[in-house]
Design a protein around this ligand. Structure first.
Ligand code: ADP
Ligand code: NI
Length: 219
């Protein structure tokens, strides 16, 4: 990255840090920061443009579809505006905006298409932050914010279209593991992320075994 690019990345980080202050649902600045750093790390092992990776990681949640009534283009619009204001070139803006538009995995039934390697790196980093110890913590933080049960032993975990599930209050947080979190390991694109995901996946499996044991007063 040259110094102008570095400066645009730093200004983007500052803007996002300010914007996400006080977000408590697992979508805070710290999530963005972790995705940014982990995307940078994965990028080192891939043949890709680290400038695009850094900007797309920082901007990937700029406008979450859950808070914009399902308007999937809001994020790329906001990313385009910010990068234009910061003086980024058109090619960069269009690449980053395209990744922002495609980045979130909306559910088991939604086909995910991420053609660019930079987008794959960012998507892997975002998915890694949804699994493992931090993923577990984020899931319960999110569930609490929606007044969900920790667990409902009566529930059956058929795969719903999670775009609808997001807007309903009916499933427990443990259900979210089966609807999404345990599926992410097999959706990683890069080898680096696949390796990290294996280990984080085991952390979730161990957690669930311990959880069910404690639920019955055992363990
Ligand atoms: P991102 O856009 O960062 O990929 P999401 O917006 O899908 O993530 O979700 C933010 C965090 O909240 C993630 O850690 C995710 O696992 C968690 N989350 C999303 N939906 C649910 C749910 N229905 N129950 C529990 N946790 C959820
Ligand atoms: Ni995210």
């Amino acid at each position: 990255m040259n110094t102008t690019q570095q400066e645009i990345v730093n200004k983007t980080a500052q803007f996002i840090e300010d914007k996400f202050q006080g977000e408590g649902t697992g979508h805070d600045w710290h999530h963005i920061y972790r995705v940014w750093k982990s995307a940078e790390n994965i990028a080192k092992t891939e043949d890709c443009d680290p400038y695009i990776v850094s900007l797309a990681a920082l901007l990937h949640d700029i406008a979450d579809h859950k808070f914009y009534d399902g308007d999937l283009l809001e994020g790329s619009r906001q990313a385009t505006k910010l990068l234009t204001d910061l003086g980024a070139d058109e090619d960069t803006i269009s690449k980053v905006a395209d990744i922002v538009k495609r980045v979130s995995f909306k559910g088991a039934k939604v086909k995910d298409e991420m053609p660019s390697i930079e987008g794959k790196v960012v998507q892997d980093a975002d998915r890694l932050d949804a699994i493992g110890a931090i993923g577990i913590a984020r899931a319960f933080a999110y569930g609490g914010s929606k007044h969900r049960l920790l667990y409902d032993p009566e529930e059956n975990y058929e795969m719903h279209d999670t775009f609808d599930a997001y807007h309903k209050n009916e499933s427990s947080t443990i259900a979210h593991f089966y609807e999404k979190l345990l599926l992410l390991k097999d959706r990683m694109h890069t080898n680096t992320a696949k390796q990290v995901a294996e280990q984080r996946h085991r952390v979730m499996e161990d957690f669930l075994q311990q959880f069910y044991g404690e639920w019955e007063g055992k363990k």
